[in-house]
Design a binder for this molecule. Sequence first.
Ligand code: FAD
Length: 405
Amino acid sequence: MSPTAVDVCVVGGGPAGLALGLELARQGVEVAVVEQSGHFNRSFRGESVSPDAVLVLDRLGVLDKIKAEGALTTTRMEITEDGRTVLDTAFADFEYEHRFPLELPQPTLLGVMDNVASGFDNFSMLRKSTVVGLLEADGAVTGVRIKDPGGERELAAKIVIGADGRYSKVLEMSGLAHERVPLDRDVVWLKLPLPPEWDTETYRVRIKGDRHGLFIPTYPDMVRVGFNIPKGGLRELRKQGIGALHEKIDELAPELSTLVREKVTGYSDTSMLDIFTSVVPRWSRDGLLVIGDAAHTLSPVLGQGVNHALIDAVTLAPMLTAALEEADHRTALAAAAVEFQRIREPEVKRSRGLQLRQERMFTFGSRAGVFLRSSLYRAMNRSAFLKQRVLADAYFRLQKREKAA
Ligand SMILES: Cc1cc2nc3c(=O)[nH]c(=O)nc-3n(C[C@H](O)[C@H](O)[C@H](O)COP(=O)(O)OP(=O)(O)OC[C@H]3O[C@@H](n4cnc5c(N)ncnc54)[C@H](O)[C@@H]3O)c2cc1C
């Protein structure tokens, strides 16, 4: 039986929503996760999980189960510019408890979290259920209206958490101000079998002038290619036919020339990611809070989206649990939501800043720009100190902070 009232209604069963649902369930809170999809199979989405996110998964008690279902460990990151290696990093050199990123399919990540959470009686997962409206009373959000195969119904909650991703309907319905800031590039994603000369443990970034591609080993034996094009450039590329994409891939990764022609015979074999970041000045109002991509969509550079979604969830869960124990839980929940944003926003902003600087460097096409970019990477490659400083900011912020505490 689906509940009609819960303490916390989480809209969206992605990494943020399910991690929050699991953690709240563990803390004894009555929680429902409302997910529009009937399955977790979202190809191309969030397969790179940073070392900090691996730590969070470990603390959530799901890491071993995820690894048992199948994941790849990344040990190196290699950046080449016009065929020459300018940065080569071994993750083993970073002395943290969890130092290696993982490549894991989102169905595994989400399926395992759902499975563990479903072991708690106080957790409900409502699938094929789309939130289509917010319930409101006295200026506060008091629940959601859900459309499912049985029709429409209401679910009351003390707080609604919008964890419904980059095109958040909850954010849109909440009346909270928000703005999408487009970045200079879009990304065309495709998947190919891993070529025999590549191992499964290395992230490859290949740059040539103002073009770059990400080549990420993907479980079990594939490579995920993220090929950058100018903003809105897909239509132009499509007009030139699929051969134009093949030739662009040839320039960056000749190892893939045969495979890309065999496996990508039309643009329907690719997937487009419109890259933008979102700016949401206030993440909450009375009875409602947005988290994960709904609050702070990031770019795909350095695999930060899942990381921040999971850290949001485990930061928020104990704050909500404590607020729900207060006699005046409405006031306590509102204060917890504001405090949550105060803690998390600077962290997200730092990642966004790092991503924007990196994105901007990728767009340098002039000789001077290319020289500057290569010199920066080479300087970092020579200096263990610089490598630790810059990459620790991207991959180990949580572990660095905890180590320093
Ligand atoms: C092509 C692509 C590649 C990416 N690659 C990476 C990567 O390698 N590493 C990385 O860290 N990040 C990556 N990201 C970003 C990453 O996927 C997101 O940052 C992360 O999934 C955010 O988690 P979330 O839970 O906030 O939102 P989402 O994962 O988007 O989950 C939102 C959920 O809400 C559900 N939903 C939406 N609306 C409703 C509604 N009205 N009612 C009910 N349910 C609803 C959706 O079905 C979805 O399940 C990628 C994103 C894309 C698009």
